[in-house]
Design a binder for this molecule. Structure first.
Ligand code: ACO
Length: 341
């Protein structure tokens, strides 16, 4: 039975005082793909990958694993941590660029798999910025007074979207999902303090997935594999360095904060060199700008929530502390989200 069986509209019940991060979860495929293994498939080496990117291994989805299954597992764990039942979810957002199908959304099927029907469900396509966009949108839904509890997921199976003959991209990406449960709070100190959701579509061709010849930009160096991720690594690198610096500075300046006032900056994991130089510039110790790309590679929209879950599980994020999420990616898009937990 899939039709609406009861009234599913919502009446405004008054705006909450704040928004609380109630739980987090993550899921990665069991299969680990090391740099050494990749070096048997393409002309690369553990040394090149480690030195240029900081990646040592990534997880790769097996048959039957996809955004839907990984997201469902991550949200289940997050709900468990929050002490909530699936039926308490009012809305679920999945940030992904690798949904199973163009229609239906992965989100709608995750809601059904969880037993959370008739919660609202939507996938958002903002590439690596998807989860951070989702956190900002979820905060807005809760602050509107129409929705009380929202799950935000970042999930990808990028190993299915790379060209396994292209060493410039296939070594970079990995699969996984991370989830956060946000809910209305009586504490007006908790919630979103600052956010960015931005794009510049003029730079679309720096990172794109062509479906046919007409999608290829003029003068592009194209390897010939349609439906695989094409990336101009050097241009995206420059964009990432600039965006990371600017979005962090803007968020801090907006509230008169210093980087050391934050419990953690959780950035998208696209290259350890980019993240380490940002950490150095800000004068932060390793634990304050989290890096785990060595274990997961670039998991696109999943990278920020996986970091969030690892930090929270390690007891390194406490109520009342400040945390800043920052991401950038295809579109081009970028996003930041500053929270008091
Ligand atoms: N193994 C060995 N050699 C390689 C490999 C490899 N896997 N890949 C590239 N090379 C070679 C190139 O062929 C080139 O050789 P050449 O000089 O003989 O032509 C040389 O290494 C240098 O290549 P570059 O592309 O210039 O390498 P660079 O130092 O720029 O590193 C990288 C490439 C890691 C991709 C980097 O540019 C990067 O991290 N870019 C940013 C990616 C990013 O931030 N993405 C975020 C968004 S992702 C999303 O939204 C889904």
């Amino acid at each position: 039975m899939t039709a609406a069986t009861s009234v599913t509209g919502r009446r405004k019940v008054g705006r909450p005082a704040g928004v609380r991060l109630a739980g987090t979860g993550m899921a990665v495929p069991a299969k680990v793909l090391t740099n050494q293994e990749l070096a048997t498939r393409v002309d690369t080496s553990d040394e090149w990958i480690t030195q240029r990117t900081g990646i040592r291994q990534r997880h790769a989805a097996a048959k039957g694993e996809d955004v839907r299954t990984l997201s469902t597992a991550a949200v289940r764990q997050a709900l468990g941590e929050a002490g909530m039942e699936p039926k308490q979810l009012d809305f679920l957002i999945v940030g992904t660029l690798t949904p199973e199908m163009v229609c239906p959304s992965s989100a709608a099927r995750v809601v059904a798999d969880l037993g959370a029907v008739p919660a609202g469900a939507v996938d958002i396509s903002a590439a690596c910025s998807g989860f951070v966009y989702g956190m900002n949108m979820a905060a807005g839904l809760i602050e509107s007074g129409f929705y009380k509890t929202v799950a935000v997921v970042g999930a990808e199976v990028l190993t299915r979207l790379v060209d396994w003959k292209d060493r410039r991209t296939c070594v970079l990406f990995g699969d996984g999902a991370g989830a956060a449960i946000l809910t209305a709070s009586d504490d007006d100190q908790q919630g979103l303090l600052y956010q960015t959701m931005a794009s510049n579509g003029d730079g679309w061709q720096e990172l794109y997935v062509p479906r046919e010849e007409s999608d290829i930009p003029p003068k592009a160096e194209f390897s010939g594999a349609y439906n695989t991720l094409q990336m101009n690594g050097r241009e995206v690198y420059k964009f990432a360095v600039h965006t990371l610096e600017k979005t962090i500075d803007d968020a801090l300046n907006a509230h008169g904060l210093k980087a050391s006032d934050l419990a953690a900056i959780i950035p998208h994991q696209s290259n350890a060199r980019i993240l380490e130089s940002a950490r150095e510039r800000l004068g932060l110790p390793p634990e304050k700008l989290y890096i785990n790309i060595d274990r997961y590679g670039n998991t696109s929209a999943a990278s920020v929530p996986i970091c969030l879950h690892e930090l929270r599980s390690a007891g390194r994020l406490k109520q009342g502390e400040l945390v800043l999420f920052v991401a950038w990616g295809g579109g081009l898009t970028w996003s930041s989200s500053l929270w008091r937990l």
